[in-house]
Ligand binder design. Structure first.
Ligand code: ADP
Ligand code: ZN
Length: 732
């Protein structure tokens, strides 16, 4: 990026400060004693409060000069770079998000704005408390578990399940030590020349293209496609290595925290030291350290979840987006952004490289490569002797299966064969909990959430009914809440917990492991379970889509998909794409090592085109057919979509607002966009609020955001009415 020197503002000069408070403008302040740089992180007074902000540029001067207050202090961190300010501005404009909300994503460093007194950390000391209580014992245990590491007061209290005063009470006796935040310890240096593998010809050629791009030091996006196990990770780590050689930083984004444990070890094996980690499972103290080190260029490689994209890198050379098609890259709460697209935006501003890696790329990426916007690299074969598993449909119409059970005789037989060979079988069902529906056999009532338009899902393991929409939970009732008849509530349909029950009955001698995100309290427990499975400590694995991603189970040779039709129901246009991706990913779990694998798909519609494409493994054909359909309909990626979700407590008022917008669409028509709806949103009620959706479809290449802003700006939101704009919605 052609970086211009930031401006310096002398003491008392007028500066514009962007705060993280929900105000939609940059506010004028006076530069503090000693002046400040553009981009400086500052604390400013706002009403009676002190808030965090960034010096965005010169002040506007359109404010009553006598009322302008001075910046309180400049924080002791590297100023925000021009590139980052541009990224915040452009991503805000793209997603139609207020700048302040975008800035909040970029200042998620805990403690950034805290006064020094709040920056204390706590760890185990040698002292003995005069009196030992249960609660105190738990604090000491929790501190001991951290080894020599420190936690903040809140973290330690939470880890021990006690109030902060219990922790404080242990400080006097020295049983717990209270210290100022330690100076950030440095990350060990990563060595580009350490631990590289000898690459196959295919891999080496792909790696060389990435290295060349990295050396050129310009923006480019490369789609790296290859079946699971083809060595994509080995290849993109070479791009990371080249960035390190060039003295630049690298960011590897992963879709799920669960992945990072195994992944970090792998990065360590390649570069001889552990990279920095950034995701919700990382302690606040560690996050503070990572944020600062990244900003000072001292953390060379960051492995993280989507929010790592907003870290203040000093000199970023490459962003890898692994499993780029994964829908969890889209943040669906608060700021609605897709980390994959924002990675491309950030890289284009800084002149960095993006590597999008996937076995089953999103249609968008596929189309961008076709159009020549992205480079495309394809790894065609699996590494070593591993081959793609043989895939076969099990036609459920021919299976003799009692109701309330889901493992067909054919699948059972196949599992037995694997067990006899000492190999593992995976039964895949993408449904958490015990049963998706709880039905009263007396009145037909299905138990639904009180706040949402969703059924409650029974989780027998937790002994509760849980709403997967809002998280509301309650005990499983004895009597039907509708007809008051007792003992007639029945579980209908399978979830992984129920499948585990069936497997236990059918394979009493098998060791069964269930992998579902909600069964593990901590990332550590999940990691332990994954390690047990990888080491061969289970015969049958039962899992949700958690297992579809990245984990390496060398003994796994059979994948049984319990309900291959599951994703094909519903009206979502992307259903086919998702089912195709998920089934290919799951099947890819089998036979990664020397043993060839097999995938069996239980289906009631083996002649369905998507099922047939999955079985044939003919991706080109599948994508082409899917692309043709979308092109005809003018749908993404051949047209643009935006969703507008209106919500409120009174359904009639929400619809009125929707109808008003639908009628007054002149601003949209100016860019040839059309609006559909209002219609109930895909999730029509959440937490007691009714949701109505309008969909806007526009041709590619028009200034959609501006038109949307004008159009949506016609209405004033009063009372509890809310509007959220979702550019490029995931479901349509
Ligand atoms: P992908 O990311 O495409 O799923 P990986 O990079 O994880 O594939 O490779 C699959 C497995 O094969 C890993 O265990 C990896 O270490 C191994 N592997 C891939 N390429 C090589 C190579 N050139 N030399 C040695 N092992 C390799
Ligand atoms: Zn709910």
């Amino acid at each position: 990026m052609p970086s211009k020197t930031p401006d310096f503002f002398d003491t008392g000069a007028l500066v514009g400060v962007l705060t993280t408070q929900p105000l939609d403008r940059v506010l004028d302040y006076r530069a503090p004693e000693g002046g400040c740089w553009q981009g400086a992180y500052v604390e400013v007074p706002l009403g009676p409060r002190k808030v965090l902000g960034v010096v965005w540029g010169p002040g506007r001067g359109d404010f009553d000069a006598s009322k302008i207050r001075a910046v309180n202090r400049v924080l002791d961190v590297a100023p925000m770079r021009e590139e980052m300010r541009l990224f915040i501005e452009k991503s805000a404009a793209y997603t139609l998000t207020p700048l302040t909300a975008m800035l909040r994503l970029a200042t998620r460093a805990p403690g950034l704005g805290d006064p020094p007194s709040m920056r204390k950390v706590y760890r185990l000391g040698d002292g003995e408390p005069p009196r030992m209580t249960d609660a105190r014992m738990r604090v000491l245990d929790a501190a001991r578990e951290m080894g020599g590491l420190s936690l903040t007061l809140k973290e330690l209290a939470e880890a021990a399940g006690v109030t902060t005063s219990v922790v404080k009470g242990l400080v006097k006796s020295g049983a717990i030590l209270e210290e100022d935040t330690p100076r950030d310890t440095a990350f060990a240096r990563l060595d580009a020349g350490y631990g590289g593998k000898e690459l196959t010809a295919d891999q080496a050629a792909a790696a060389e293209v990435l290295r060349k791009g990295q050396r050129a030091g310009r923006y480019e996006t490369v789609l790296l496609k290859g079946v699971t196990g083809s060595g994509k990770t080995e290849v993109y780590l070479e791009a990371v290595a080249e960035a390190l050689r060039q003295g630049r930083q690298a960011l590897v984004l992963l879709p799920e925290i669960a992945l990072s444990a195994e992944f970090l070890t792998r990065v360590e094996a390649r570069f001889g030291a552990r990279p920095a980690e950034w995701h919700s499972g990382v302690t606040m103290t560690e996050r503070r350290r990572v944020w600062r080190m990244v900003g000072e260029g001292k953390a060379q490689v960051v492995v993280g979840a989507r929010s790592a994209l907003f870290l203040p890198f000093q000199n970023l050379g490459v962003i890898v987006v692994d499993e780029e098609h994964d829908t969890s890259y889209k943040q669906e709460d608060g700021v609605l952004y897709n980390a994959r697209d924002m990675a491309v935006l950030r890289a284009s501003i800084l002149g960095a490289q993006v590597v999008l890696a996937s076995a089953t790329p999103a249609l968008e990426s596929w189309a961008n490569a076709d159009a020549g916007k992205y480079k495309r690299l394809v790894l065609t074969s699996r590494f070593g002797p591993a081959v793609m598993p043989q895939m076969r449909a099990l036609d459920m119409r021919g299976e003799d299966l009692p109701s309330g059970t889901w493992i067909s005789p054919s699948l059972q037989a196949a599992v037995r064969v694997r067990m006899e060979k000492g190999e593992q079988a995976l039964l895949f069902l993408n449904r958490r909990g015990y049963a998706p529906v709880t039905l009263c056999r007396a009145c037909g009532e299905q138990i639904a959430c009180d706040h949402c338009d969703a059924r409650m899902v029974e989780h027998r393991f937790l002994k509760r009914l849980i709403c997967h929409q809002c998280g509301e939970s309650k005990p499983v009732p004895e009597v039907c809440p509708s007809c008051q008849v007792e003992g007639k509530l029945a579980a209908v349909g399978p979830g992984v917990e129920r499948l585990a029950e069936e497997a236990t009955a059918k394979f009493p001698d098998a060791r069964i492991a269930v992998l579902s995100s909600d069964l593990f309290g901590t990332a550590r427990e999940l990691k332990a379970q994954i390690e047990t499975i990888a080491a061969g400590g289970a015969d049958i694995i039962i899992g949700t889509q958690l297992v579809a991603k990245g984990h390496n189970f060398p003994h796994l040779t059979l994948v049984g998909v319990i309900d291959a039709d599951l994703g094909l129901q519903g009206s979502d246009l992307r259903a086919a794409e998702r089912t195709f991706q998920l089934m290919r990913q799951v099947a890819g779990r089998a036979g990664r090592a020397e043993k060839p694998g097999q995938a069996l798909l239980q289906t009631f519609q083996p002649e369905h085109p998507v099922i047939r494409a999955i079985l044939a493994g003919d991706e080109e054909a599948f994508w082409k057919a899917e692309a043709d359909e979308r092109r005809l309909a003018g749908m993404p990626p051949y047209g643009r979509l935006a969703g507008i979700i209106l919500s409120g407590g009174d359904v009639a008022r929400v619809f009125d607002l929707g109808n008003y917008l639908a009628r007054n669409d002149a601003a949209l028509r100016r860019v040839d966009a059309v609006v559909w709806g209002p219609a109930p949103a895909p999730i029509a009620r959440v937490r007691g609020r009714h949701r109505v959706r309008l969909l806007v479809k526009a041709p590619k290449g028009v200034a959609l955001q501006g038109a949307l802003a004008d159009w949506a700006g016609q209405v004033k939101l009063t009372g509890d009415l809310r509007m959220a704009i979702d550019i490029d919605p995931q479901s349509f």
